[in-house]
Design a protein around this ligand. Structure first.
Ligand SMILES: NC(=O)c1ccc[n+]([C@@H]2O[C@H](COP(=O)([O-])OP(=O)(O)OC[C@H]3O[C@@H](n4cnc5c(N)ncnc54)[C@H](O)[C@@H]3O)[C@@H](O)[C@H]2O)c1
Length: 519
């Protein structure tokens, strides 16, 4: 950057494991590590605890700021003290480097720090207050989010090294029980496969690419050697078992081995389809997801749900298969037709309702929908989804909130043979039904207005029979012996799952969608 060396800096609260992570990464990259707490102590010729006692926190921070700025300018790996981000000058400097936020929950941090000689870990309430005050500061400077709750350091080093040359790309290290992977988001992200190389040494990558995405923005397809991509159709009607069988046959013909990898280039349809093929081909090969639609960049590429539709019900056959990496470049959205962008916006609104807070405020403020307006939201939507999946990979609990609007949405898709609405459009209608079932009249009005401004429908095509939608809702995969289990909204940021809904209420909510204006 401007000819100055770029450092890899680790920030995070006390006990987050910054120093361990910094040492692992530095070793792998053959770089020096600077630990700023150690440097301050060395310079002062005393322990940090003694320094606090002698000079107070202010004295310590003054020394720390100087040491941190110096260490960052050297272009190595730097592990910062937890409070260094309180300095505005340090925050400004960190934004010029690859800053990694080692994230832990406050209880884990307290368990690791209490009873040690750390001067700021003596009183639990004070510790919690500091944690709350500093978290937004870490978020402000972080380009990389890396959970460190389980103390292990993921294979993050080559990605961090590559990020030094791509200042527009941010990364979330996604963890779930069955696998962990990097999600890289930002301008230039699709160029990252090359420097980091394929999933295993000697592995070849076979691309399965949406024909429409290739035609519109084929230059974003990561290089996969001499092998031409296998072209498939996008669009919901193409997400079938027959299409998967066709892809699997082509993979056999192309001689794809178990140590090779697949790459999905396109929207959610190709991502789900190719992901499913990767899950079952020779019982599983790695897949890189390169999402090119808004639906895929904010939602479908992450979380490992893959599958195909059956004529009777949507996504009924599939597998959980976490990606090896997700590379999402928002520049791909510039060629996306307006109705596709709008369909993705429905998932953005859904995610914002689930997350609430600042994300909801930013989304509700959008006046005109275009690729530039949504690009800054992609990272936060991805993060929301990845965090939810980390807590509950298999949909047994909290992950179910991601299905907000989807029970009725999927039913509308199935009842219209997947041909009438885009997935996002159906979700938009499903969300309005869910808000009605939640008794959220005012919020429903606001969401309906937002969706309508984006060009999404607010009323159901009268050609679709309400009875068919009700029947298809009963086949929703979220159905268990106890009933369907709806996702309802108490307010932005307060979404609950597993709510019981009677058939009469459901019918009233769907009926309302068919009335003029959907009011
Ligand atoms: N797995 C999950 O967790 C998950 C989550 C949400 C949605 N989904 C699935 O995602 C699917 C919908 O995905 P979608 O909305 O991306 O649809 P899609 O994949 O059908 O893509 C929509 C259209 O956009 C075109 N396209 C793609 N990229 C383009 C680009 N950059 N420029 C121009 N055109 C481009 C495609 O050719 C296609 O015609 C649904 O099947 C849904 O079930 C899955």
């Amino acid at each position: 950057l401007n000819g100055r060396p770029t450092s890899i800096a680790f920030v995070g609260f006390m006990g987050a494991g910054k120093s361990t992570a910094a040492h692992v990464v530095a070793r792998e990259l053959g770089l020096e590590v600077a630990d700023t707490d150690e440097m301050v102590a060395r310079e002062a010729g005393t322990s940090i605890a003694a320094l606090f006692a002698n000079e107070g926190e202010a004295g310590f921070r003054e020394r720390e700021e100087r040491v941190v700025l110096e260490a960052l300018s050297r272009g190595g790996v730097v592990s910062l003290g937890g409070g260094a981000v309180e300095s505005e000058r340090v925050r400004a400097a960190l934004r010029e480097h690859v800053t990694v936020w080692c994230e832990v929950g406050v209880d884990v941090a307290w368990a690791r720090c209490s009873g040690t000689d750390r001067p700021l870990a003596r009183n639990r309430d004070g510790f919690k207050r500091r944690f709350a005050a500093r978290s937004p500061l870490y978020a402000e400077v972080a380009r990389v989010h890396m959970p460190t709750e389980d103390r292990s350091v993921p294979p993050v080093a080559p990605w961090l090294s590559a990020l030094r040359d791509l200042p527009g790309v941010a990364m979330i290290w996604a963890r779930s029980r069955s696998g962990s992977y990097p999600a890289l988001i930002g301008e230039g992200a699709t160029r990252l496969l090359d420097p980091v190389s394929a999933p295993a040494p000697g592995a070849r990558t076979f691309a399965i690419a949406d024909r429409g995405a290739l035609a519109a923005t084929g230059e974003m397809l990561p290089a996969t050697g001499e092998r031409p991509p296998l072209e498939v159709e996008g669009g919901e009607p193409a997400k079938t078992f027959a299409a998967a069988e066709g892809i699997l046959a082509s993979l056999i013909e192309a001689g794809v081995r178990r140590d090779d990898a697949l790459l999905a280039f396109g929207g959610g349809v190709v991502g789900d389809l190719a992901g499913f093929c990767a899950a079952v081909y020779q019982r599983g090969v790695p897949i890189v997801q390169v999402p090119t639609t808004l639906v895929a960049q904010v939602d479908s590429a992450y979380g490992g749900k893959t599958g195909v539709d059956m004529p009777q019900a949507k996504n009924y056959v599939g597998a959980f298969h976490q990606p090896w990496a997700v590379l999402a470049d928002p520049a791909a959205l510039r060629t996306l037709p307006a109705p596709e962008l709008a369909a993705g916006f429905a998932e953005v609104v859904k995610t914002a309702l689930i997350h609430g807070g600042d994300l909801w405020e930013r989304v509700r403020a959008i006046e005109a929908l275009d690729a530039e307006a949504v690009a800054p939201l992609i990272f936060d939507c991805a993060r929301t989804k990845i965090d939810i999946v980390a807590a509950d990979e298999r949909d047994g609990g909290r992950r179910a909130v991601l299905n907000l609007g989807h029970t009725v949405g999927h039913a509308i898709e199935a009842a219209s043979s997947y041909g009438r609405y885009r997935h996002g459009e159906a979700v938009a209608l499903g969300m309005l039904a869910a808000l009605r079932l939640s008794g959220q009249d005012e919020l429903r009005e606001e969401v309906a207005g937002l969706l309508e401004r984006a060009g999404l429908p607010r009323s159901l095509d009268p050609a679709i029979a309400v009875d068919d939608v009700i029947e298809a809702s009963g086949r929703d995969k979220k159905r268990t012996a106890d009933g369907i289990g709806f996702v309802l909204v108490d307010g932005p940021g307060a979404v609950v799952h597993g709510a019981e809904v009677g058939v009469d209420s459901l019918r009233a909510a769907v009926n309302e969608l068919t009335e003029s204006g959907g009011r």
